[in-house]
Design a protein around this ligand. Sequence first.
Ligand SMILES: Cc1cc2nc3c(=O)[nH]c(=O)nc-3n(C[C@H](O)[C@H](O)[C@H](O)COP(=O)(O)OP(=O)(O)OC[C@H]3O[C@@H](n4cnc5c(N)ncnc54)[C@H](O)[C@@H]3O)c2cc1C
Length: 302
Amino acid sequence: MQFFNVMMAYAIPLVPRFLVQRISRRYIAGADLTQAVARIRQLNAQGFPVTVDDLGELVITPGHADAMVDEYEQVLQAIDREQLQATISVKPSAVGLLLDAKACGERLEQLLASAAAHATSICLDMEDASCTQAEIDLFGSLAQCHRNVHLAVQAYLRRTHRDMEFLLGLRATMRICKGIYVEQPDHLVDGALSNRTAINPHFLAHVSRCFEAGTFVAVATHDAALIQEVVHLARRTKISATAFEFQMLLGVCEPLRDQLRTMGFTVRIYVPYGKDWYGYSTRRIKENPQIVGHLARALMGY
Ligand SMILES: Cc1cc2nc3c(=O)[nH]c(=O)nc-3n(C[C@H](O)[C@H](O)[C@H](O)COP(=O)(O)OP(=O)(O)OC[C@H]3O[C@@H](n4cnc5c(N)ncnc54)[C@H](O)[C@@H]3O)c2cc1C
């Protein structure tokens, strides 16, 4: 079965886009903001706050970066108008980090001011290791004037232990995740390349430091064993359930998500939407072999 799944994953580029779109409804809130708002309303009604990610398109010009800012302005207005329980997540490269760091900072300044006016916050997603220092510098400069900027950090990177010192010094609100990019082995913590569980002690250590520092922390993982360790740590150290939240991707590990909510924890759902739905969907489908079964059934017409 596993061989079949792997073969199907490689066959995704051959699958008609409408079929990928049908399957990806689970992972993507839609191709435009109207569809995204409808999905966010449903999630909020079920008790899940969200963070919204505009997939946009791969940025290659300042014009694309400006268009991304305009789209996020629309999202912020919708959050306010529709009274959604939502924050936004932004990839710095999508607002021009790799083109011109100063202009990227100015775009984010604008968005942070709007987010504050609409009573919400922005988390900067962490991208591949070539961007790590630039994103930490960007965060450091934005955090001087904006309390509503947060930052994702990746537990699979060795350097994160050192970066945490700097970030906790700023009393940063962080999202801890394992990390999604393919990186050079010497950048990674021992064992991370062959076994994602090897990242867990590092992840837990970062969460523990946030607990000790009393800074709010988002625990972004679907790893049930790791989640259990975080719950135990919080209970053992008497950390209130309001001092942290779990975060999960839309459509991933929903039973675990529901269980955590029933236990009284906040679970924020990362809700992607936008024009690049195809690229995002195929990445998610490749990550989840079970979805390949849905793909096969769709291909066979039932
Ligand atoms: C809210 C949120 C924000 C994120 N932001 C960033 C970011 O800014 N930068 C970054 O590099 N990465 C980010 N990530 C991705 C993250 O780094 C991981 O790659 C991803 O979450 C999978 O790792 P895991 O912690 O779930 O653990 P893993 O050990 O990879 O997975 C644990 C188990 O979870 C399940 N699982 C995990 N992913 C999926 C999936 N897609 N479909 C089905 N089951 C799955 C599987 O059962 C797997 O065995 C984010 C993830 C989340 C949830």
